[in-house]
Design a protein around this ligand. Structure first.
Ligand SMILES: Cc1cc2nc3c(=O)[nH]c(=O)nc-3n(C[C@H](O)[C@H](O)[C@H](O)COP(=O)(O)O)c2cc1C
Length: 195
């Protein structure tokens, strides 16, 4: 038997994955997932391959007033940077989504499971969040931006030494679908290994 999933739900899962597209950040609007939907989303997010069962990721959930304050503080920090005009614009992209999940890579250096594999697992958490949001009827956009790399900005999230932002995933209702974008052609990026 190929799968334990009933045919109908397998087909709809495939349809969800085939059609998914990231809406523009400002097209993600309230209402966001409620408490139950958020818990389900996090459950999906954490169901990722994880070599050595290290859980080498942490999630910071930002919503409501805390989110408003976070964006205000980021705008202040953005204004102090040399590239302020650009960083302010990218910070404003964070304003409308009702839920932000920051996926933090928390890899263990020197472990027998290479750090690279631990980083990939954090990327898988980001992708599961994006697909999970879509499957639950919401939209999501996986961003990073200046605030993922600026020490004062990551301090707002309480990041510890060695932790890195893998993704700032914006989640919300989709006010407007994004037009489809060009996709990589399978023939250009795949090849069968010759016998
Ligand atoms: C690690 C990572 C970081 C990204 N950071 C940004 C970003 O900072 N700004 C941005 O506009 N898009 C960023 N993107 C791309 C967005 O996710 C983009 O909306 C997406 O590629 C659209 O493609 P899709 O419709 O297939 O999801 C990033 C993607 C990845 C994987």
């Amino acid at each position: 038997m190929a799968s334990i999933a009933p045919l109908l739900s397998a087909a709809s899962a495939a349809a969800v994955l085939t059609r998914r597209r990231s809406p523009m950040p400002d097209a993600l609007v309230a209402p966001g997932p409620n408490r139950e939907e958020t818990e389900r989303l996090i459950e999906i997010a954490l169901r990722v391959p994880d070599h050595g069962r290290l859980s080498p990721w942490r999630l910071v959930l930002i919503a409501g007033e805390a989110k408003q304050r976070w964006v205000e503080k980021l705008l202040e920090l953005a204004g102090q940077r040399e590239d302020a005009p650009k960083t302010r614009v990218s910070t404003r992209k964070l304003a409308s989504a009702p839920l932000v999940v920051v996926v933090v890579s928390s890899a263990i250096p020197g472990h027998k499971v290479p750090e690279w594999e631990q980083w990939l697992s954090a990327g898988a958490v980001c992708m599961n969040l994006v697909n999970g949001a879509h499957a639950l009827g919401f939209g999501a956009n996986w961003l990073t931006g200046w605030h993922a790399y600026d020490g004062r900005a990551t301090a707002l999230l309480g990041l510890e030494d060695g932790q890195k932002v893998a993704g700032v995933v914006l989640i919300g209702n989709v006010a407007a679908e994004a037009p489809e974008r060009p996709r990589a052609r399978a023939a250009d990026v795949t090849r069968w290994l010759e016998a």
